[in-house]
Structures are given as structure tokens and as C-alpha cells.
Design a binder for this molecule. Sequence first.
Ligand SMILES: Nc1nc2c(ncn2[C@@H]2O[C@@H]3COP(=O)(O)O[C@H]4[C@@H](O)[C@H](n5cnc6c(=O)[nH]c(N)nc65)O[C@@H]4COP(=O)(O)O[C@H]3[C@H]2O)c(=O)[nH]1
Length: 838
Amino acid sequence: MDYQQVELSKVHHTAKQWLPSLQILERSLGAHALIAYLDHDDALQPLVASASLSAEEQRQLLHEVTARRITETSFASNAEPATADLTPQRMIELFLPTQALFGVLCLCSGDDSPLPEEALILADNLAARIQRDLALLQQDCLNEFNRQQGQLQSESLPSLQAFINSIEGHIWIKNLDGIYVCANHNVSRDWGTSPIGKNDLQLFGAERSAIFDAADRNAIRSGKPIVTEECADADDPDQNRWLETIKSPVISETGEVVGVIGMTRNISQRKAFQDQLSLAATVFANSVEGVLITDRHGTIIEVNNAFTEITGYRREEAISLNPRILKSGRYDNGFYETMWQSLTQEGQWQGELWNRRKDGSLYPQMTTLSAVYDDHRRIRYYVAVFADISEQKQAEERLAHMAYHDPLTGLPNRAKMQAELKLAIERAEERQQQMAVVFVDVDHFKLINDSAGHLVGDEVLCEVANRLKQQVRQVDTVARIGGDEFVVLLSGIPDSQAATAVVSKLMALFERPFELGSGDQLRLTSSLGIALFPQDGRNSDTLLKHADSAMYRAKQQGRNSFSFFTQSQNERSLEHLKLQSDLHDAIANHELHLNYQPQYDLASNRIVGIEALIRWHHPRLGVLGPARFINMAERMGLITDIGLVVLTQACHQASQWLSQGLEFGRIAVNVAGPQLLRRDFSDEVQAVLKQTGCPASALELEVTENFLIQNPDDAIRNLNQLRALGIHIAIDDFGTGYSSLSYLKRLPLTTLKIDQSFVHGISVDADNQVIAKAIISMGNSLSLNVIAEGVETREQAQFLAENGCEQAQGFLFSRPVNDSAILKLLTQQTDPQPLLQP
Ligand SMILES: Nc1nc2c(ncn2[C@@H]2O[C@@H]3COP(=O)(O)O[C@H]4[C@@H](O)[C@H](n5cnc6c(=O)[nH]c(N)nc65)O[C@@H]4COP(=O)(O)O[C@H]3[C@H]2O)c(=O)[nH]1
């Protein structure tokens, strides 16, 4: 029951006072009256009624009232509507002062006759009285309620002093004179005295009281609470005990400021947190190491200044991106997977990492990645702390360079050279190549040092180093291993001739005078010693030792010379040098001639082509085959001249045969790689054809497969031009390279020549037969003319013919012969007999 409602027992009691009015209504005015109230279920319940109304009639009447919905509040009714003998003729709603509906006063006549006017007036008056009585009853209830509440409060509430004593911290009140008028126990305990009746001057002295007083006045003046912070141990700030005081003006009931209330609490812990936070923020902002923080999804949520300095990304650019913006592209997915695995499983990853700056440049960084967990051990953040170690790396590289390089010339030193030599030996072994170790020693260098001084000596050594470096290929190594001693490592040397050629060039480097800074010139010579891998030694120590002793032999031989480690090699090399100088004169002296080897159709045994093969009629050594001098000519740059001589002779000969009415099909001329790389090669060929009168269709140019593989684009351009002229193009030594069918298709070929090695192998093993067959079918499928070279036996020819190879060349038919012999062969072949069994 709350004071909003009236107590029903009291209402019943009061209702007795309304009975006389009901009696008047009934007896004098013939009206039955019923007063009802709404129960908790909003159903009307009879309260008091005319004596003549039975309980059943009362129920019926209320039912009717409910059915007519006399107010907006619908009355609840569970009963079935009964047939009404009584009809309510006046229904007056009764309200409490709170405007809550209390119930209803209902009037009716027993016999349907209209009620007299007086009855209606009396009912209205009665209703007004009932409402008044209800108002008085509700006031009673309110008074009772307040009394009970007041009693409750006074029983349970502490006194003000007890209340403020129970609060942690200090609470005090000062009046406007600054005198403490109220304070809790904590104040007395902590200040060592009760402050009541005292002021701050008495309690704290002039200095502090002035500060407190100023704050008090500030609070009074502003009329609002102010907050002050104070270090509790002013003499010992390291104690770090901090207090916060909130001072508010005390306002009286009449609205006047009568003093200041202060509440002080210990904020040391909060201060400590703040300190830690600001310390962390300062460290974060000023750290020289870059810091990047991401959320657990890897989205960047914070970076520091150093991050921006190192990566070039400003904070606002980086935030909300993924750290993969820094990826260098140097690592595969496996690397990052391992990193994430260690980060998610162990919570940390540490290591060196190359990243990419915003400007695209790469830099190395030392990185620590850490996962930060929440209370449930779930990852919340990732933190990357990294330092740019570019300078450290450069310093390391400089140190490594210094350890392995000669400070004067910048060349690799002995240690580095030995390591390089070991690697070169491994490579040569793997690729089954030869290599050369060359010792280079400047003749009489000591004299230069002694006479002209060390500076001049250094100058000379630097120049020697430069010249040596410029002379050799990128893959070769030039090292300075001591005073005036240099070592050159030449890898991938095809033969000793090639070594001789390079060594001759190295010696020639000293022919040019050495210009000194002083303007003077020095003429120097050198002595070189050469050891070849594998013949002169299979390991680095032996090769170096042998190259060294070869160099001493060169010195003993009077300096300004070179010497191979083995004597026979020396002789060969000497011979080679002589041959080189002879080759220069061979063209002018008309010592180069052609031999001709016929090519046959296997079915008809008729000549279908003739290959022109060069021979050198050397005045001293007799007839030399191309194996002795073609490579040398290529190295000496003479091959294009020689090639032109061959082409001209061959075309001239073909033209003659044609004019004699001889049938030879086409004349095949070998073309060396350097010829085919010349831009104007097809013009040259065209000019020769014109000059000799040989038709393009009578000429076939042979190009080796290996050359075509190495130089495809340049070569293909020339070959296309030549083919466009109507010249046949043959791919020579086919099968020794690794051309694919798709590559062959790109070439304008007409003929495919099966290399001799496969042809010879036909009689030896089944593998070669399979290869030969595959080459033939490859050639046929590309509609190429397939010719086998080096056919020496009938068995080989038979096999080739049976497997679809239609043409062949080889000793079985004819060796390469001179012009008069080939003329004979051409004239004799009027009615050739088939060579093979059908
Ligand atoms: N064992 C054996 N050998 C046979 C047989 N039939 C022919 N030969 C040899 O095989 C070589 C065929 O020439 P190639 O494959 O073009 O191979 C040629 C060609 O690559 C090159 N060559 C020859 N003449 C010239 C030329 O004028 N210019 C260029 N650049 N190279 C040429 O020199 C290579 C060797 O030429 P040659 O010594 O004349 O050697 C010729 C020939 O004498 C045989 O049944 N058994």
C-alpha cells in the first residue's frame, strides 16, 4: 500500500457515513443506489448499496455498468451478462485527488420509471461528498506514509560526522575566515591534530597556507568546484605520494557562500599510471628504432617518428594499411609462413629482414616482432620494433672487402683468389671444361721501386691492374697476390690455343708505355706462367705452384715472354703463335683453297649437292684442315675475310659448272657464327652471287646448330633475308645442340644435316639408331631436306634410307676432293648405278 491509494478498510468505515443519503434516495425519492470501487483487477466490487438491493441485484447492476463502459477504463468482467431487471439510469465516476479512478455511483429505479430530479441532485451531491471523503482519506494515507518514512530515516541514517568519518580520504569545511569548522577523523589522524578552530597558517605555515588560501578563494570566486593536485611529500618527491583536492563553495539555504568544502584523496596510483603512460609515450615517440603496431588482423594502428624516418611513410599514410606495404619481394611465401608461425606460437620472431621504403629503395633491418595478448591469452596486437642496419651492413661489407681485397688496386687478394680458384675448378669439373691459371709478373719492378720510389711503383701497379682487368672477360678473375705479382684465372678455355691467344693479349698490354702522373713514361715488360686445368693439376695449390714455376721459367728464358708449365704445351703454343702470324698472310698469298665433297641421293645415287670445305696450303706445314685454323681465325677476327674468300671461290666454281652444263644440285658453304652476326651479311652474299653469276637457288649456307641456339634473334634476321633471296639454309651438326621442334619452326630452314656422331653410332648401338630415326622424322615432319653426313659404311646408308633419310654424304661415296677430281665425278655421273639394294 502506498500513499497514492486509499486504504480499503478505511473506505469501508467512511462509507457508513454515506448510508443516510442512500436511505433518502431510496425511501423518499424511489431510487436505488449502489456505490462500487475498482479492485486490483479493474473489476467493480460493491462497496455500499440501498438496503432493498439484494446481492444478486447488485451484481447484475454492476454487470450492466461494466457493459456500458462508463469510463475510458474498461471494467473487467468475468461473469456472463445476466438479463438486467435493473437498468442504471445515472452513473457517476468517482476519482481520487490523484485523478486515479476510484469507482462509480450508480442510480436506478426499480420499475423503469424516470428518476425524479431531486434524486439526481442528491446523487450528484453524494458523489461530491464521496470524492471529498476519499481526498481526506488519501491525505491521511500520505501523512502516515511520510511519518513512517521519517521514522525509518531517523532510525537508519548516521550523523553527518559519522558519515564523513566513514569516507576514505579527507573531508573538511572552512568558513569564510579560513577557520576549519568541520573535518573527518582522517584529517586529524594525518595532520596530527584536530584542525577545528584553526586556520591553514597555524596548521601549515605561511608558504603552504598561501597556496591553499588562493585555491579556496578561487573556488569561492568561481562558484564552482576546483581541483588541485599536490605532492604530499614536498621534501621527498621520490616518494611520489600525490593528493588531489576538490574544493567547492558551501552555499547556505539562503543562497549565500558561507565557506569552502574540501575533499582530498590519494591519487598516487593514478599518477604512477599517468607517469608510466607518458614515459612510454615519450620512449615510443623518441625511440631511434622504428615501431609499428597492428591490431590482431594485421592492420597498422600506430607508428612512431622513427618508423616514418626509416620507411618514408607518414603516420597518417601508414595507419589502416597492412605492413605488407614494406615487403621487399626478396622472400618467398615460405619465409613469411615461418615468421608467422613463430610469432603466433611462440609470441615472438627476431631476425634480419630486407624491406622496401616508400621511394622503392630496399634496406636491411633488424626486427623483433612480438604478439601482445589480452587476459584470456588471445592475441590483441602485434608490435614490430626495428632498426635500419644499412650502415652496419655497409661497414660489414667494407670490412669483408678489406679482408679479401688489395687496398692499393682494389683487386681480390691472395685469399680471395684462392677461394675463387677453388670455385672455378669445381665449375670446370662439373662442365668438363678446361681452365687456365696465369701468373703475371712485372719484369724488373724492383728497379722501378728503388729508383723512382714507391709512389711511382704504386702508380704502375694500379695501371697494370686496370689493363689486366679490362682485357679479361667478366667471368674471369684478376688478383694481386703480392708485390708485383698478379694472377689471372681464365675459365671455360676451350683449348690451349685459346689460352695462348689470351696470354698473348695479356703480354701485349705491356707494349703500350705507362704514363706517369709526373708526365714521364715507362716502358715495361712482363713474364707470364700458365698452368692448365686439368692437365697441369687438379687442385688450386698445384695449379698455382705450377703456374708460378712456369713464370720463373719465362723469366729464366730472358723475360718478356710466357711459358706453359708442360714443355710440350710450350712447343704447341709456340707453333700456334707462328701459325697465327702465318694466317695473316694466307689470304694475300692465296694459300686458301677449297675441296669439294659430293652429296648423294640415296635412291638414285646421283649427286644432289656439293659441300665446299676449306684447306690451307701452308708453305711449310703442307695442307691443313679447318680444325687447325678456323677457330684461330675467329679469335683473330679474320674469319669474315676468310669466309668471303670461301664464298666467292665456291660461287665462282658453281657458276663455272653451270656454264659447263654440269648438274650438281646446290653448292653448300659453311658460314661461321661471326659472319652471320654481321648486319650486312646478306648484302655481301648478294654481291658475291652477282659478281660470280651464281644463282641464289644453287647456293646452300650451312650454319651450326650450336651457334643458332646461342644467337637466335640476330641470326634469324639474317637467315630470313638470305632465304628471301632464294638461298637454301642448312642446319649443320644437327643433334649436338638442344633445339626443340618449336624452335626449329621459327627458322627459315630448308635442310637438316644429321651430325656425323649419330651416323657413326648407327653401327655401334641402338640408342644412336633411335636418335637418328627421331632426327629424320623430325626433319620430315618439318618438310626439310634431311641429309646424313659422315656416312662411311653401306650398313649406315642402308639404315638411313630405310628410315626415310633420302640424302647422304661421306667417305662411303667420296672424300672431300680437289676441283679437278670433283669435276671428274660430276662429268662421270651420266648414268649412275643405285648403291643400295631396293
Ligand atoms: N670421319 C669422317 N669425316 C667425314 C666424312 N665425310 C665428310 N667428313 C668430314 O666432315 C666434315 C664435314 O663438314 P662439316 O660438318 O661442315 O664440318 C666442317 C665445318 O664445320 C668446318 N669448315 C670447313 N670448311 C669451312 C669453311 O669454309 N668455313 C667455315 N666457317 N668452316 C668450315 O670445319 C669442319 C671440318 O671440316 P673438314 O675437316 O673438311 O671435315 C669435313 C669432312 O671432311 C666421313 O665419312 N667420315
